[in-house]
Write a protein that binds this ligand. Structure first.
Ligand code: ADP
Ligand code: ZN
Length: 719
């Protein structure tokens, strides 16, 4: 008899032992009984030592092996690492590697549904919202439900109403082979030097982490493409991680121009047929280059020779739901287990990454200037105390003048404001009521284009009420503060002839719409873009010469650990859109605090001094990257219970050397999705065994069923 240790595809569970009647190897995907059900699992140990808790004779038998490629050792080690480091259940982490059981099934669905163009007689808000999201899609009921963010029942309702029609699903094509030498560019000397180092690292193999730092527009992509080319020459695979994968049409076009074939793409919006085909092709090695969101880190690569994390400073690589992990750190660990180079490419490296480079653990490659001699934009602040906008407006006279000049010169401008919708707060002038979300500690944001008030935390949405919901007075509701829609209104009033576009996740929410926006920008059918951070990075529009940052103080308001650093990154990225072609660019930062260190650094261009000061302050305070943090978030629909567990955790706080516990305290977002929230924070010296301390601590406090204690190691969110 053989005893095998199996991790089941079940979120809450650790490894379980079974009896195997056939020969199994670690990584084999199997079907195992769990209570009355059969579930999928992966063999972790093929010849496990007997465990005390279950005698050999009591073991249940594995039901069979699934005919799918086994989970290879490097990926198993990554799963183990994520589970250990982030204190997550192995089964929950395994689910990220085997995301759909459909990938394991031999045949894909042959029939699916797509929008017919008919609008059903009965349209609920859920139906119309879903229809808007899936209008370009085609897939099974389950696919469309996932893409539309609704239940299967809503999709079936749309089918019954005639809004969707049945179509045959064509099997997705096999992935074409990108060619290493299809159309290589002539690199500039600094590019060639960096590309040479990376290509040599791929050729030599072995784990090697790199920080590829280059100002915006320096041509980092062309540089790491040479490393991708080297991986292709060696018949290996490469993975490129991007933030905001839904908006990558220009990147994919650029890839295809360089390599003569499109890469495989991986993100949560794929239909199940494409998901299955991609998963299988990555596993058998026929998909050679994958461009994906962080979830692509858990794909079953057969011969991975390179990982690139582009825009590596982006906070969106941190997963907040499910298993909270940082994609940038997991990418480095996967490269370590695969024994291959990993490249973190960015114009504004995170302090964590800088510290690694300074300590000599990452090789630091630098591209000091923009490609083709393009100059960096000039950056200036506009002191709003000195140049206030007219009442009820948000653009100061100097910024309006700059827009005027830009339009007169036939060039394009970007107004950056990281706030979706029309106004962040709606207030009653009669009674002072501020309209909040019933389920979250947050104001509802007015979306005038949709005529709704929406919660950006839980999705709750209501039509804009005609009267104050508190005092009933009609016509007293006032919008407070600007969002991008309000700025776009103001621009339209000031520049009636200008063609204005709003660019946010609301307006560019699908691949098709994002591609149409980029095409319109390139064809110069847009004069002024008003957008959030979504457009403020990555894009290359040669005719865009002015960037106006509407509220440079916005990011500093929250005041968390990384507020100044994030503000620097965001504004540097947004400003980096200006003047990328032959024409010089300029950046205007509207602020009430022109003397804030972060703004002075942006104006002077002295990033090094700013980062040195930030690093010194963090070191002094024992904060990351010089110290470590882990957050515990205790939540429950029952406020008293959440508080009781939080206080019990506080009383049981460990007295370990080098670890300090802060809290419990009510979370700044005291209520989220109807759950009351409390927070505790563990701060530790780098040398302390933070995970060990957390494990002992958590085991000491019983948690009732309706309370959840979420652990967030290396937290980025402090709300
Ligand atoms: P970054 O990612 O560093 O901001 P990009 O890689 O987007 O910069 O490059 C900026 C622009 O310069 C892009 O349009 C890119 O195609 C072009 N470019 C960069 N390097 C070269 C090169 N060696 N030859 C031709 N075009 C290049
Ligand atoms: Zn809400």
């Amino acid at each position: 008899m053989r005893r095998v240790r199996v991790i089941l595809l079940q979120p809450g569970l650790g490894a379980l032992d079974y009896r195997a009647d056939e020969v199994l190897a670690p990584g084999d995907i199997v079907i195992a009984p769990l209570g009355p059900r059969d579930v999928l699992g992966v063999v972790w140990e093929a010849d496990a030592a007997p465990a005390r808790d279950v005698a050999d004779a009591k073991l249940r038998a594995i039901k069979g092996r699934v005919d799918a490629p086994p989970v290879a050792e490097p990926l198993r080690r990554l799963i183990d690492w994520v589970a250990e480091y982030y204190l997550a259940a192995p089964g929950a982490v395994l689910r990220m590697a085997l995301p759909s059981t459909s990938a394991l099934e031999p045949a894909a669905a042959a029939w699916g549904w797509r929008a017919s163009g008919t609008v059903p007689a009965r349209m609920t808000p859920a139906r119309s919202a879903a229809l808007a999201k899936i209008v370009e899609a085609c897939g099974t009921v389950a696919d469309l439900a996932r893409l539309g963010g609704v239940s299967d029942a809503v999709i079936r309702g749309l089918i019954a109403g005639g809004a969707l029609e049945r179509v045959a699903l064509v099997p997705p094509p096999a992935f074409a082979l990108p060619q290493a030498d299809h159309a290589p560019p002539a690199l500039e000397p600094a590019q060639a030097a960096a590309a040479g180092v990376l290509a040599a690292a791929v050729e030599g193999g072995g784990f090697a982490p790199f920080l590829l730092e280059g100002v915006t527009g320096s041509g980092k992509t062309e540089v790491y493409f040479e490393a991708v080319a080297q991986a292709l020459r060696q018949e290996g695979q490469a993975l490129v991680l991007l933030p905001e994968i839904a908006l990558t049409a220009p990147f994919l076009a650029r890839f295809a121009a360089r390599f003569g074939a499109a890469p495989a793409v991986w993100h949560s919006g794929l239909t199940s047929a494409l998901r299955r085909a991609t998963w299988r092709s990555v596993a058998d090695g026929s998909a050679r280059v994958v461009v994906g969101a962080r979830s692509a880190l858990f794909l079953p690569f057969a011969a991975l020779k390179l990982i690139v994390v582009d825009e590596a400073h982006e906070a969106s690589f941190k997963q907040e739901d499910g298993v909270p992990y940082h994609g940038r750190d997991a990418a480095v660990m996967r490269a370590r287990f695969e024994g291959c180079p990993v490249v973190l490419a960015t114009a504004t490296p995170a302090l964590e990454t800088r510290a690694q480079a300074e300590a000599g653990r990452y090789t630091h490659l630098v591209l000091p200037s923009r490609f083709a001699g393009a100059a960096m934009p000039t950056v200036a602040t506009v002191d709003l105390k000195r140049w206030p906008p007219p009442r009820g407006r948000w653009l100061s006279p100097p910024l309006v003048r700059a827009l005027d000049e830009t339009l007169a010169a036939g060039q394009q401008a970007l107004l950056f404001l990281n706030r979706r919708g029309y106004a962040p707060l709606t207030l009653c002038r009669a009674c002072g009521e501020r309209i909040g979300c019933p389920d979250c500690s947050a104001w509802l944001v007015e979306h005038r284009l949709l005529a709704r008030l929406m919660c950006h935390h839980c999705g709750h949405s209501v039509p804009v009420p005609p009267a104050c919901p508190a005092c009933g007075a009609p016509g007293t509701l006032a919008a407070c503060g600007p969002g991008v829609e309000r700025i776009a209104d103001e621009v339209a009033r000031s520049f009636p002839d200008a063609r204005v576009a709003i660019a946010t996740s609301d307006t560019l929410g699908s691949q098709g719409r994002a591609a149409a926006f980029v095409a319109a920008m390139e064809a110069r059918e847009i004069d002024i873009v008003v957008g959030t951070q979504l457009v403020a990075k990555g894009h290359h529009f040669p005719e865009l010469t002015l960037v106006g940052v509407v509220d440079a103080d916005l990011g500093l308001a929250g005041g968390d650990l990384r507020a100044a650093e994030r503000t620097f990154q965001q504004i540097a990225q947004a400003g980096g859109r200006a003047g990328r072609g032959a024409k010089a660019g300029r950046v205007l930062l509207q602020t009430y605090e022109p003397r804030a260190p972060v703004l002075r650094a942006l104006v002077s261009g002295d990033a090094a001094a700013f980062h040195a000061a930030e690093a010194a302050a963090r070191r002094e305070a024992g904060m990351p990257p010089y110290g470590r943090l882990a957050a515990l978030v205790v939540s429950s629909v029952d406020g008293a219970r959440a508080e009781a567990v939080a206080r019990a955790l506080g009383r049981a706080a460990p007295a370990a050397d080098g670890v300090r516990i802060l809290g419990p305290a009510q979370a700044p977002m005291a209520m989220l999705r109807g759950r009351h929230r409390w927070r505790l924070l563990a701060q530790a010296r780098r040398s302390a065994d933070l995970q060990g301390v957390l494990r002992v601590w958590l085991a000491a406090v019983p948690v009732p069923g309706n309370v959840r204690v979420g652990v967030d190691v290396d937290p980025y969110s402090f709300v």
